[in-house]
Design a protein around this ligand. Sequence first.
Ligand code: NZQ
Ligand code: ZN
Length: 386
Amino acid sequence: MNIFLQHNPTKLYFGKGQISQLSGEIGQKKVLVVYGGGSIKQNGVYEDVMTELEKAGATIYELPGVEQNPRLTTVHKGVEICKFEAIDILLAVGGGSVIDCTKAIAVGAKYDGDVWDLITQKTPIESALPIGTVLTLGATGSEMNPISVISNWKTKDKIGWGSSHVFPRFSILDPTYTYSVSRKQTTYAIVDSMSHALEHYFHRTKNTPMIDGFIESLLRTAIGTGPKLLEDLTSYDHRETMMYISTTAFNETLSNGTDGGDWATHRIEHAISAVYDIPHGGGLAILFPNWLEHVLEEDPSRAKMLAMNVFGISDEGKSDLEVAREGAKALRSFWNSLDAPNRLSDYDIDDHDIELIIDKTFVKPGVGTYKELDRDNVRDILTRSM
Ligand code: NZQ
Ligand code: ZN
C-alpha cells in the first residue's frame, strides 16, 4: 500500500426521518437553497426542507433551475445572490448536479474574479462558503466528496475540479427521498456508482487485498440489489442499500492506500457530455466496457480478478485473456439487463465530432493511469462505442 491520509469532514445523517437534523445544522442563518428542475416540489422534499428552515429561524433565499450537467451560467446567478445578500450558508437539495453547482457557487462567492478561473485551476481556491446537502438521488458521491463538475456551454467544456474547501459540512441521506427517482435515472445511478468502484479498482498499487475486497463486495452488492430495485422502486431496503453504495463508491474510502485508480472513462464521458449534453451514467454505461476491452488486451490481470471475484467466472482451462474478456462481457450483459444504453448511437452520436471529443478529453493533460491513453487510444475506445 501507499502511505495515505484519510480525512473526510462531512457529517453524514443517514436514514428515514433524518431531515429533522436540518434545523439544528442551519440555525438562524441566511441560507441559499439551491435546487433543480422541480422534482423536490412534486415529492414533498421541498416542504420538509422549508418546514425545518422555518423552525430554525433561518432567512431563506432560493436558486431553482439547476440543470442536469450544471452550467456555469447558473453558478454565476448563485454567486451574485450570495454576494448581494451576504449569504452565510448554502443548502443543496437534489442530486449530483445540484450539489456540484452549489460547490462552485460556494467558492465563487468568496472570489472577486470569475469563478471559471477557479474551476479551471487558473487561480487557486482559498476559501468557500459552507455547504450542506439534502440528497434526493444517490449516484455521484458528491454529497461526501470535495469534487464538482461544471459545464461551460459557451466553450463546450465540462470540467471536473476539487478542493478540500467544498466538502459538505453535513449531508442528509433519507432513502425515502429517492423513491420518486425514475427507473431510467435509477439505472444511470447504479451504473455511475459501479463505475466509480470499477475505476478505483484499476490501480497498480501492490498489496491492497483489503481495498480490492471492499470494492469487489460493493460491486457484488450492487449487482445483487440493482435489478431488485428496478423491479420495486419504492423498496426502502433496496433504496437504502444503493444510497449507501453510491456514497461509499466515491467518498475517498476506496482509494485509501492505492494510486487512486484509473479515471480515463470519466474524462472521456465528460468530453462527450460537454459536446452533446448526455446523462453522465448513460455515457459511462457505453464507455466503460469498451475501455475495459481496450486495456485488457495489454494487461488482463485486474480484469481477470474482476471476472472471477465479482462475476464468479471460472478460470479452469482458460488463458488470463479469455477470463478477462469474459469479465468484460459479463459487465456489459449486466448493464444491458438494466436497459442501460450501450452505443453512442443510442444518443444519436456518430463519428462526426470524434476529433472534437478527443480534444475535449485532453483539455487537462494525462488521461488514464492504469494505462495512459493517447489520442489514438481514445479514438479506439470511442470507435468501439459508436
Ligand atoms: O432537476 P431535478 O428536478 O432535481 O431532477 C433531477 C434530474 O432531472 C432528477 N431527480 C433528482 N432527484 C430526484 C429526481 N427526480 C425524481 N425524484 C427525485 N428524488 O434526476 C435528474 C438527474 O439529476 P442529476 O443531479 O443531474 O443526476 P446525478 O446525481 O447523476 O448528477 C450528474 C452530474 O454529476 C456529475 C456528472 O458529470 C453530472 O454533471 N458528477 C459529479 C461527481 C462528483 N461531484 O463527485 C462525480 C460523478 O462522476 C459525475 O461526473
Ligand atoms: Zn461518475
